[in-house]
Design a protein around this ligand. Structure first.
Ligand SMILES: Cc1cc2nc3c(=O)[nH]c(=O)nc-3n(C[C@H](O)[C@H](O)[C@H](O)COP(=O)(O)OP(=O)(O)OC[C@H]3O[C@@H](n4cnc5c(N)ncnc54)[C@H](O)[C@@H]3O)c2cc1C
Length: 518
């Protein structure tokens, strides 16, 4: 929230003082400004104490208020003795870049011209065919939809330079793992090292991963990131005490070969090959999401553990953590058939988590483990809050502290914000005017407003909105405004504030309030 006093009546206290003097003297109004400053100040103090506040209506203050929610402005504009100008959601198009991209795409589909005279379909249809094919539709489905032969569809795709898929190949970004050149890819590779698989079944090259039901959202995000159009499959659990399992599987020779190149194979895993040091933290985070655990069993007992059947693999993780996190030396232990790499010092664990999570993207994180880390470690929770605030900034929305500090509530809140923003952009992209699309925007949407109030109206505003029972955002606004005007008109606003302070009464009758008049 930004609050700036951008204008006010010149001599804001002299004018009402002259008006007050007029009511009690025979001096002509045009001569009142000849009165001494001291006399005018005394008169103003006197009438303010009497509560004869109509004279301060002669003084106006104008504030520029930005980055507040519509929740706030709904409340603010209930104050009728004021003038307002608010940023329009009709004349301003938000998310312009994303909307223009969508519009361009939709415009493309409307092109009626044909590539050649004898073509059956318009160029617009051909562009749509290419996009829908890339989106997962088959040439047979598209042939039925556009009433033509699948061969024609394939010819159209070839003409437009689209890659035509092999028979069994998935619709996916086949080049995704060509190089691990960002944190997201390193993280996905890490989780594939823990729980992924590859296989070649009669020239059908597969890669995939199977996780429990509570991680379905994580799998869905992975699916979206790698551009896989095939849904994740459910393997229902045979016993009630176990969760269903979900599998994401990709048919792609290129992805299969790339994963093999990095070191994914059947059974025991060797340390990965060709992972840039810069992305090691995210690779290890991915592995932790698959085969790591974190927890607390008493006030003093914490753990962060990696498990693998490969001693070398854990050696690799230990070396990477030791060289980046300055933590105590720990030993890799063997229990039955697996090896365990575990830290128990709270300080060490926090350092390792901070390093692993430092480059995460909220769109792809295993929430179960991330939220546990946030619950146990303040630094990690601060990281979560920072990422959410950044995302709210992109969505142009305000998030209340009570939601931000509640891990589950903020998750619900952010899902809603994602959905609403996406829907607004889609509607605008379809050509629905901003004045109608804005019906989708949330009340948390940021807005800017200019407000002018006279000093008397401001006193009423402060009495109502500086009160501890006023809603937090408008209370913050009122307190900021009060600070500004006090600097300029100290006599008028000497007693300004919540009604308990300015009037000595509590209109809310909240006896448990710390400010309740004694
Ligand atoms: C804690 C809190 C909770 C609230 N909850 C709700 C709610 O649930 N629902 C809701 O609708 N509103 C709610 N309000 C808003 C409240 O009812 C007022 O509309 C708002 O605070 C503006 O106050 P106001 O009328 O004093 O201010 P202004 O509109 O600026 O008026 C200033 C003063 O001028 C006088 N005045 C103005 N217009 C008239 C008029 N037409 N007739 C006679 N006198 C007039 C009154 O003396 C008034 O106090 C809430 C306000 C607060 C502080």
């Amino acid at each position: 929230m930004n609050v700036k006093l951008i204008g006010f009546t010149p001599d804001p206290e002299k004018l009402p003082a002259m008006a007050a003097k007029l009511t009690h003297s025979k001096t002509k109004p045009e001569d009142l400004d000849k009165s001494s400053d001291k006399e005018l100040k005394n008169i103003l103090e006197y009438v303010m104490n009497l509560g004869h506040t109509s004279v301060i209506e002669h003084t106006n203050f104008t504030f520029a208020i930005s980055d507040v929610s519509r929740v706030l402005t709904h409340q603010l504009v209930r104050h009728r003795i004021a003038s307002y100008a608010q940023q329009s959601e009709r004349y301003n198009q938000f998310f312009e870049k994303e909307i223009n991209e969508l519009k361009e795409q939709n415009e493309k589909y409307k092109i009626e011209k044909k590539r050649r005279k004898e073509c059956k379909l318009s160029l617009g249809d051909e562009y749509r065919i290419c996009d829908e094919y890339k989106g997962g539709s088959s040439s047979i489905e598209l042939g039925e939809k556009f009433n033509c032969n699948p061969e024609t569809i394939l010819n159209i795709l070839k003409f437009h330079g689209e890659n035509v898929r092999g028979n069994n190949e998935s619709v996916v970004n086949h080049n995704f793992f060509d190089s691990i050149n960002n944190h997201l890819k390193a993280q996905i590779l890490g989780v594939l090292f823990a729980d992924g698989f590859i296989g070649n079944y009669n020239e059908n090259y597969l890669a995939g991963i199977k996780l429990q039901e509570s991680d379905k959202e994580y799998l869905e995000s992975m699916r979206e990131i790698i551009g896989l159009k095939r849904p994740v499959y459910c393997f229902p659990s045979k016993e009630e005490k176990y969760q269903n399992l979900y599998q994401l599987s990709i048919s792609s020779k290129r992805i299969y070969s790339n994963l093999k190149k990095y070191g994914i194979k059947k059974g025991k895993r060797d340390p990965p090959k060709n992972i840039d040091k810069e992305f090691l933290n995210s690779f290890i985070l991915g592995f932790f999401e698959g085969d790591g655990s974190i927890g607390k069993c008493s006030d003093y007992k914490y753990w962060l553990t990696f498990v693998s059947i490969s001693h070398e693999f854990l050696e690799f993780i230990k070396k990477a953590i030791d060289s980046s996190c300055e933590v105590n030396n720990v030993k890799i232990l063997k229990k039955k058939t697996a090896y365990y790499l575990s830290w128990q010092s709270k300080k060490d664990i926090e350092k390792i988590l901070a390093w692993m999570y430092k480059d995460i993207n909220l769109d792809f994180v295993m929430k179960r483990k991330f939220y546990k880390s946030c619950e146990l470690y303040k630094d990690i929770d601060n990281l979560r809050k920072r990422l959410i605030l950044e995302r709210c900034n992109q969505y142009n929305t305000i998030i209340p502290d009570s939601i931000l500090s509640n891990i589950r509530a903020s998750d619900i809140y952010m899902n809603a914000q994602d959905e609403l923003t996406r829907s607004y952009i889609t509607c605008c992209g379809m050509g629905v005017k901003a004045e109608d699309s804005r019906f989708i925007l949330p009340q948390s949407f940021k807005t800017n407003i200019i407000v002018t109030m006279n000093a008397r109206s401001l006193l009423n505003f402060f009495a109502l909105r500086c009160c501890l029972h006023a809603q937090w955002e408008i209370r913050q606004l009122a307190n900021n405004m009060l600070q500004e005007v006090k600097k300029i008109a100290p006599t008028i606003f000497k007693k300004a504030g919540p009604a308990c302070k300015s009037k000595g009464i509590c209109p809310e009758n909240k006896k448990d309030c710390p400010l309740y008049p004694k």
